[in-house]
Design a protein around this ligand. Structure first.
Ligand code: HEC
Ligand SMILES: [Cu+2]
Length: 331
């Protein structure tokens, strides 16, 4: 049986993932993938030609050497011809690449000017604030760390930052774009395949830069609309005794930094938690959304993301459990 080296298998495994520009699943990523292919072909061809030329000249030198050691010389005409061929290859190759990248760039911003749905994403150390403009009312619907996109449609991201420079990158769907304090950059996303993808902050932004990931769900327009409508609703009222106790503890210790829609929690320093339990992970893709992980995060955020601006609020385990039960009910 033929066996591929482990390194080759690992490299190939990287091409099919949920965070890979080599598995394009959107119009903008398609354009970049085609450009990547063109660059591989042009640069590969130049590489092969250079290697063949090198081999050929070495072979000629070697052949002559065996005849007479000191008669190695290249005529001016051969030299001239070589220079012209090299110049031709460079001009044709570079022109092809320039045209290719111009076309890819146009393809990526084709929807500009048309009315795409607008989503504001703001980078924070080290999480993402996400705000959808409600097409019906024009008001903003806020969530965090999990982006939903309707398949087939174009969503325009307005990217900004609240502190340092971050960079927004969901490789399967589109290229990356920096998020710069004081300005908004626009990026269009037109995913064409449903499923979960993963984004990642792509500009070093401090200690927990690596723990600044983004869950991305591409779904049917109907599922997307239902999701958006659910996100716009105020939070559920706690169902049982423990969760109700958790709610009052939350109002005392956490409300200064977090919003829970429909309650007195109005803090803007941290992610909106109105529907936190609908999300797949917490702390920007760092932990799966489970009761245990909520408890662990509340008890020791500094152990999970050292340097995060969420402090460990002093609470005993029973209270932490109650708060986690409350959050788990925020569907
Ligand atoms: C000083 C402000 C502050 C206080 C007080 C605070 N938090 Fe946070 N919280 C944050 C910040 C900032 C983050 C984002 C951290 C990150 O992911 O890097 C966060 C993240 C979270 C998350 C993860 C949300 C998500 O979608 O990823 C949960 C859950 C949470 N906090 C719960 C609580 C609870 C419960 C309390 C009270 C016990 C609390 N927080 C108190 C600032 C605060
Ligand atoms: Cu970042």
């Amino acid at each position: 049986m033929k066996r591929l080296p482990v390194g080759v298998l690992l490299a190939l495994a990287g091409c099919s993932g949920v965070q890979s520009p080599l598995a394009p699943s959107g119009r903008e990523a398609d354009a970049l993938f085609s450009l990547f292919g063109l660059m591989m072909v042009v640069c590969g061809a130049v590489y092969v030609l250079v290697m063949v030329g090198l081999g050929w000249s070495l072979w000629r030198v070697y052949r002559r050497r065996t005849v007479a050691a000191d008669s190695v010389s290249i005529s001016d005409r051969t030299l001239d011809r070589g220079v012209w061929i090299a110049a031709g290859i460079i001009i044709v190759g570079l022109t092809t690449l320039i045209i290719g990248s111009f076309i890819a760039d146009r393809a990526m911003f084709r929807a500009r000017g048309r009315d795409a749905m607008l989503v504001r994403v703001t980078g924070h150390q080290w999480w993402w604030r996400i705000q959808y403009r409600d097409p019906a009312t024009g008001s903003w619907i806020e969530t965090a760390n999990e982006l939903h996109l309707p398949v087939g449609g174009t969503t325009r991201m307005s990217l900004g930052s609240a502190d340092v420079i971050h960079s927004f990158w969901v490789p399967n769907v589109a290229g990356k774009l920096d998020m710069i304090p004081g300005r908004r950059n626009l990026l269009d996303l037109t995913p064409r395949r449903e499923g979960w993808f993963r984004g990642q902050c792509a500009e070093f932004c401090g200690l927990q830069h690596a723990h600044m990931a983004l869950d991305v769900k591409v779904e049917s327009p109907a599922a997307f609309n239902a999701w958006l409508a659910a996100q716009a609703r105020p939070a559920m009222t706690p169902g049982n005794g423990i969760a109700a106790r958790g709610a009052s503890l939350f109002a005392g210790s956490c409300a200064a930094c977090h919003v829970v829609g429909g309650t007195t929690a109005h803090g803007r320093a941290g992610p909106d938690l109105t529907h936190v339990a609908t999300r797949r992970s917490i702390a920007a893709g760092t932990l799966a959304m489970t009761r245990n992980n909520l408890q662990g995060w509340i008890a020791q955020p500094q152990a999970i993301k050292p340097g995060t601006s969420m402090p460990a609020v002093p609470m005993n385990p029973t209270d932490i459990n109650a708060v986690a039960a409350y959050l788990e009910g925020l569907k």
